[in-house]
Each structure stands twice: as C-alpha cells, then as structure tokens.
Design a protein around this ligand. Structure first.
Ligand code: PBG
Ligand code: ZN
Length: 321
C-alpha cells in the first residue's frame, strides 16, 4: 500500500476533492446595527448591517464560494413572526442589496420563524389538547409567505429549516403559483434536535423562551426516522436535501444519496465553535483541522458543505492551487 503514498501518486489517486464552489457561507444580517458586531459565541463571525453586505459578498464571490445562506435578525419580534414575511424586512432588503452589487453570487435564504418570534419557536404556537405546541398547518401558511417574500426579492434557493410536516410541498406550490418555478428548495430534510446549535441561537437571539424543539426536530439516535424525513421531502419536491449537523451525523449523508438529489451537510455553529476554541488554545492546528473536517464531510458524500469556515477555507484552498 505504501507505493500509493508517494507524493505524486497520492495526488493522482485522490478520491475526494474540496473546492470553494462546494462551500456555502452563512451570513447573519442584523436590522438593528450600523457596523459589524462580533459574535462572542462564534468568534471570527460578525452580525452584519446591510451596508456591510456588498463588500462581504464581493469578497466571497471573488473567493469562488458556491453560495451564501442568509439569516435575518429583525428589529421587532412577536408571537406571529410578523416581520419574517415583510417584503421590506431584513432578508428582502439584504437580497436586493447583494443582488445590486454582486449580481452573480448565488443567494440562499433560511425560511424559518425562530429568529422572528418572541418565544423563539420555529412557527406559531397554540393550544393542542391543553398543551402548548407548534401548530403545523397554521405555521405552513407563514412559511409560504416568508418564502414568497424572499423569492420576490431575488432568492435563488429557499431553505426551510422549520421541520414542519408538508413544508416542502407548501413552498413548491406557493413558489410555482407566485411565478417562481425557477426557485429551488433546499430542505433541511434531516435536521436533528442537537445541542450543537447553541452558538447560533445566541448569535440569532433565537433560543426558545420555554420548552425545546424536540416536538419537531429529530431525536439524535434515530437514523431510520431521519431517512423517512428526507424521503418525504424528496417526494414533496425538494431539489436539495440536507443533513444537519454534519460531522457527528456523517452516516446519514450516503444514506440520503439514494434519492438521486444533491445532498448538503451543515457544519453547524457548535462544530465551528469547538474547532475555534481548541485552535485558540493551541490544541489543534486550525487550518489543517478545518480542511480535514470539510474533506471528511465531502468524502461521506455531501455535494455541498455549509460552514462558518467557508471564507477561510476558500482562501486556504486557493493558496494550495
Ligand atoms: C433555524 C436554524 C437553526 C440553524 C439553522 N437554521 C437553529 C435551530 O434550529 O435552532 C442552526 C445553525 C447552526 O447551529 O449553525 N431554524
Ligand atoms: Zn427555526
């Protein structure tokens, strides 16, 4: 076997390639600030005002990044997430701003309510048999309005992350009826109730005031149930499936490929924070560790990797060319 490990041969026989176009960079756009604000739980990432978007998006485009994934932080939150579907809300304005300045960058938006609700849940709450629950069908209408407001403002891909039953079908119908049959749906199809989202929730101020997301996100030990979730989304018309988180859930990535659809994996905020923290202590070499984790996610079968390391990794990959 060691014949294969000689330098030129190793390169010749590489099975996995990681390139900037495989990477998707999440961006937090904050309606309430005028200057970039560092995120303490995601060191190296900022909340961005609209005015910062052209330069950030331009840099990512120049690095050859595949796409950006936009998360909005609104000025107002309420129980119904009213600001989430506002055509003048933070995400539509962000889309227009980037589209005007960096027209060739692919734009993906997160479609969920938790950044816009005061209770922090991913849709509308109501009473079901005496319990407070996330209302499925009432929340579907909201998701359709959110997705339409994004598509109207120029989103290329909408990414529902709410884990509501039937959301993909609802969005497909709403987009087609709204004249957006060219807009793709990247479903967060197999999304687990993970504690690795902690830094994100601090960043987006989207933690639950009461209860948790176990009523809609997947139990972490259930692989077959995760496959069912993705199979349903594929049948409902999803264009891209997703596994989230990525690194500890690699087993699901090849399993989702049976549908023939592109598969994305989301290296989530906690996965980022752990590597950053260890690297800051000098316990891990950051560049090598990051490129290793991203390559492993690709090796498992992910076509696309959503990662907060996208900008850095794309820069490192360019240097290696
Ligand atoms: C919103 C959403 C979350 C993430 C992506 N979209 C948070 C959650 O479900 O609580 C997690 C991203 C991350 O941790 O990096 N539904
Ligand atoms: Zn949510």
């Amino acid at each position: 076997m060691r014949r294969y490990r000689r330098p030129g041969i190793r390169r010749l026989l590489a099975e996995t390639h990681l390139r900037p176009e495989h990477l998707i960079a999440p961006l937090f756009v904050d309606e309430t600030i005028r200057r970039p604000a560092p995120l303490s739980a995601l060191p190296g990432q900022d909340r961005l005002p609209l005015s910062a978007l052209p330069s950030v998006a331009g840099e990512l485009r120049d690095l050859g990044i595949g796409a950006v994934l936009l998360f909005g932080i609104p000025a107002r939150k309420d129980a119904e997430a009213s600001s989430a579907s506002d055509p003048d809300g933070i995400i539509p304005r962000a889309l227009h701003t980037i589209r005007d300045e960096v027209p060739d960058l692919t734009l993906i938006t997160d479609v969920c309510a938790c950044e816009y609700t005061d209770h922090g849940h991913c849709g509308i709450l109501g009473q079901v048999k005496g319990r407070t629950e996330l209302l499925n069908d009432a929340s579907l209408d909201l998701m359709a309005r959110i997705a339409l407001s994004h598509a109207d403002a120029g989103a290329d891909i909408v990414a529902p992350s709410c884990m509501l039953d039937g959301v993909v079908l609802t969005l497909r119908d709403a987009l087609d009826d709204g004249g957006h049959d060219d807009v793709l749906i990247m479903s967060y199809s197999s999304k687990f109730a993970s504690h690795l989202y902690g830094p994100f929730r601090e960043a987006a101020g989207s933690g639950c005031q009461e209860g948790d997301r176990s009523g809609y996100q997947l139990p972490v030990g259930n692989a077959r149930e995760a496959l069912m979730e993705s199979a349903l989304d594929a049948a409902e018309g999803a264009d891209i499936l997703m596994v989230k988180p990525a690194g500890y859930y690699l087993d699901l990535i090849p399993a989702l490929r049976v549908h023939g659809l592109p598969v994305a994996a989301f290296q989530v905020s906690g996965e980022y924070a752990m590597i950053r923290a260890a690297a800051a202590q000098g316990w891990l070499p950051e560049r090598e560790t990051v490129l290793e984790t991203l390559s492993c996610i690709r090796r498992a079968g992910a076509d696309l990797v959503i990662t907060y390391f996208a900008r850095q990794a794309a820069g490192w990959l360019r240097e290696e060319q």
